[in-house]
Design a protein around this ligand. Structure first.
Ligand code: PGA
Length: 251
């Protein structure tokens, strides 16, 4: 089965209305003819309206970096799934390691947000990955397996039909030390096999992205691995030429 590749930019806490306009216009023009893969940018909440205005009608989708699991209510500072839909989002990141580490999010709350996103019609991108210490102790499969199970155990394997998975080893995120294509492939295969135990068909079709220090220079080798279905891109997603280069590699 040919899985269509997907490249997702994660701007993190970067951007300004003036800078975003230049970046988004370059991206739209740069990927216009790349029709064989899918592209998403996940922007900070305040810029969702701008992303919607500049991207609608293009082949670039947009999404958010987080969401609240609750529909509405007295939750100061929170953003609901329906609000993201209201601004045309198609995707939303869930359980990014920076959220887990710096904002104390857990497997439980990530699973709840995953579910809330789907209920609202969004495609959640579940981020998973081990720390350097965990890898060195040979715990990679235990950690990634636990993060995947947090969703599968609660909501069933079926929910992976309308979801994206992302393997982001913490030691590769925001470093200059990407996983090697073989290291990524090994974990992606582990993830796919674990899903296949529950449902082989869903395992074959679910897209598993790699994230962590992807660049235009290393993306093609990564995307050539049979179980790497695209990338989740941080720093290189806010540089037009880099991001377009990664999209070209996916295409
Ligand atoms: P990076 O970040 O590409 O800057 O390493 C990836 C991510 O956090 O999604």
């Amino acid at each position: 089965m040919m899985r269509r590749k997907l490249v997702v930019g994660n701007w993190k806490m970067h951007g300004s209305t003036a800078g975003n306009r230049v970046l988004l216009e370059k991206i739209v023009n740069g990927v216009r003819d790349y029709r064989n893969a899918d592209y998403v940018v996940c922007v900070p909440y305040p810029y969702l309206y701008q992303a919607q205005s500049l991207l609608q009608g293009s082949n670039v989708m947009w999404g958010a970096q987080n969401l609240c699991a609750t529909k509405d209510g007295a939750l100061t500072g929170a953003v609901s799934p329906a609000m993201l839909v209201d601004f045309g989002c198609t995707h939303v990141l869930v359980g990014h390691s920076e959220r887990r580490l710096q904002f104390h999010e857990t497997d439980d709350t990530a699973a709840a947000r995953f579910h809330a996103a789907q209920e609202a019609g969004l495609i959640p991108i579940l981020c998973m990955g081990e720390s350097r210490e965990e890898r060195d102790s040979d715990w990679t499969e235990f950690i990634v397996g636990r993060q995947l199970d947090s969703v599968m155990r609660r909501y069933g394997v079926e929910v992976l039909r309308r979801a994206v998975l992302a393997y982001e080893p913490l030691w590769a995120v925001g470093s200059d030390n990407p996983a090697t294509p073989d290291q990524a492939e090994e974990v992606h295969q582990f993830i796919r096999n674990r899903i296949a135990r529950c449902d082989p068909e869903i395992a074959r079709q679910v897209r598993i992205l790699y994230g962590g220090s992807l660049t235009a220079a290393n993306a093609a080798a990564m995307f050539a691995m049979p179980n790497v279905d695209g990338g989740l891109v941080g720093r290189a997603s806010i540089k037009a030429e880099e991001f377009i280069g990664i999209c070209r590699a996916a295409n």
